[in-house]
Every structure is written in structure tokens, then in C-alpha cells.
Design a binder for this molecule. Structure first.
Ligand code: 1Q0
Length: 210
């Protein structure tokens, strides 16, 4: 059992599992709680990752403000959010730095990194370097959306990552083999959240929101 406040992959998995409904709708609330779990984990890795967790916190908070706001009913699902924000006109949407769509898009891109990273951890060997797994995953996903200084800072921070075994241990699900099994269970849920968001945003030409 995970200590109170500690990271537990199980909780994150449960949250992401609850994000996609049978009708393939993406629910925001469980997604945000999954993100909080990941952020808590990132924060436990130390100050080197502070600039990353700060940005993730800011983005999750933007989404929570939308959900609590006057138009909160439109922020139940990804689909209702897209419909609502597009109804105010694409120009208006493109001009808003705190729109739900552009904020979700940033988190969505980060989810691809997460998917690749977890897959790398799962299939890695005992002595695989997590910094290499992380850098490869980053270069294949988020890096192309980041300017040079962010790429540089991120790649430097990755060097401070703990070993693969230490990672599997902090997942708080038992011995490494069990942690690997749970990663195998978690990844398809994350893929499914990624997949429905990608489809929805592509359909409405929202994948390049500035
Ligand atoms: C474990 C190591 C974590 C590595 C995280 C990789 C992501 C690197 C991202 C670097 C972001 C730098 C900060 C600023 C970025 C923004 O410019 C950018 C664009 O936003 P905007 O408003 O300027 O257009 N923001 C983003 O791209 C969003 C980045 C969000 C990153 C969220 C990462 C959350 C990670 C959680 C750690 C999960 C590890 C799970 C392992 C579980 C297994 C034990």
C-alpha cells in the first residue's frame, strides 16, 4: 500500500482508465486527476525538474479554472469543450493563450512522450539508462514543439533521472517484475486517451494551435 501523498502508478492508471467512456468521449476530470498524480511524481524527483512541473501545474490549473468557471458545463468532456470553444469562432480560439483547446494540446503532446517513456521503461533491461530512454522519447515527441533553450534545459535535467530499478520501485506496486506488468496494463489506457484526443483535434484542425 502506498504511503499517503506518495506516488502510486495504480492511482494514475485508474484515473486514465476512467478518461474514455464507452462512447469514446474523453472526460476531463479523471484526466486532470491523472495529471496531478504525474506531477506529484515529477515533484518528488527534485528541484531540477521544477521548471517542468511548474509548467504542467500551470496548465492543469488553467483547465481547472475552466471547469469551475461560469461555462463549466462545457468542460465536462473534450468533445463538449472543442464544440464550445469553436462556437466562438476559430479566430477567437487561436488568439487565446488560455483556451482549453491549446492547453489540452500541450498536455496531449506530453502524453505521447509519457507513452513512449513508459514503453521504454517496460521493455528496457535492468541496466538501461533512464536518461537515454527519456531523451529518446522526448526527441521523438515533444522536442519538435519546443524551442532550443527548452530542449537544452530538458535534456540536461534528464541526466538527473534515477536508475530504472529506482523508478520501478517508486511506482509503489511491489517488486520490479510487478511494476513492469502494471506498466503493460497502464500503457494501453494512456494510448487510448492519446488516440481519441488526436482524432478529435485532427478532425477540427486544432493540432497546430499557437
Ligand atoms: C521523468 C522525467 C520527466 C520528464 C518530462 C518530459 C517533458 C519535458 C518537457 C519540458 C517542458 C519544459 C517547460 C516548458 C514548456 C512549455 O514551453 C511547453 C509549451 O507550452 P507553451 O504554453 O509555452 O506553449 N509546455 C509543454 O510542452 C508541456 C509540458 C508538460 C510536461 C509534463 C510532464 C509531466 C511528467 C510527469 C512525470 C511522469 C513520469 C512517470 C513515470 C512513472 C513511472 C514511475
Amino acid at each position: 500500500m502506498a504511503a499517503a501523498g506518495a506516488f502510486s502508478l495504480r492511482e494514475v492508471l485508474d484515473a486514465f482508465r476512467g478518461c474514455v467512456t464507452e462512447r469514446r468521449e474523453g472526460l476531463l476530470e479523471p484526466c486532470l486527476s491523472g495529471w496531478w498524480g504525474l506531477i506529484r511524481f515529477l515533484q518528488s524527483l527534485g528541484a531540477v525538474f521544477g521548471f517542468i512541473s511548474k509548467d504542467a501545474v500551470a496548465k492543469v490549473q488553467i483547465m481547472e479554472r475552466h471547469r469551475r468557471g461560469e461555462q463549466g458545463q462545457h468542460y465536462e468532456s473534450l468533445q463538449s469543450m472543442v464544440e464550445f470553444e469553436l462556437s466562438r469562432g476559430p479566430a477567437e480560439l487561436r488568439g487565446r493563450p488560455d483556451s482549453g483547446c491549446r492547453t489540452v494540446l500541450r498536455l496531449h503532446r506530453a502524453l505521447l512522450w509519457l507513452q513512449l517513456f513508459l514503453e521504454g521503461l517496460r521493455t528496457g533491461h535492468r541496466d538501461s539508462r533512464t536518461s537515454t530512454i527519456c531523451t529518446d522519447s522526448y526527441n521523438a515527441s515533444l522536442a519538435k514543439h519546443h524551442p532550443w533553450v527548452v530542449r537544452k534545459a530538458a535534456t540536461l535535467a534528464f541526466c538527473a533521472l534515477p536508475s530504472r530499478d529506482a523508478f520501478l520501485e517508486v511506482m509503489n506496486v511491489g517488486p520490479p517484475e510487478q511494476a513492469v506488468d502494471m506498466l503493460g496494463e497502464a500503457i494501453p489506457y494512456i494510448q487510448s486517451v492519446y488516440g481519441i484526443t488526436q482524432e478529435l483535434f485532427a478532425q477540427h484542425s486544432l493540432l497546430d494551435l499557437p
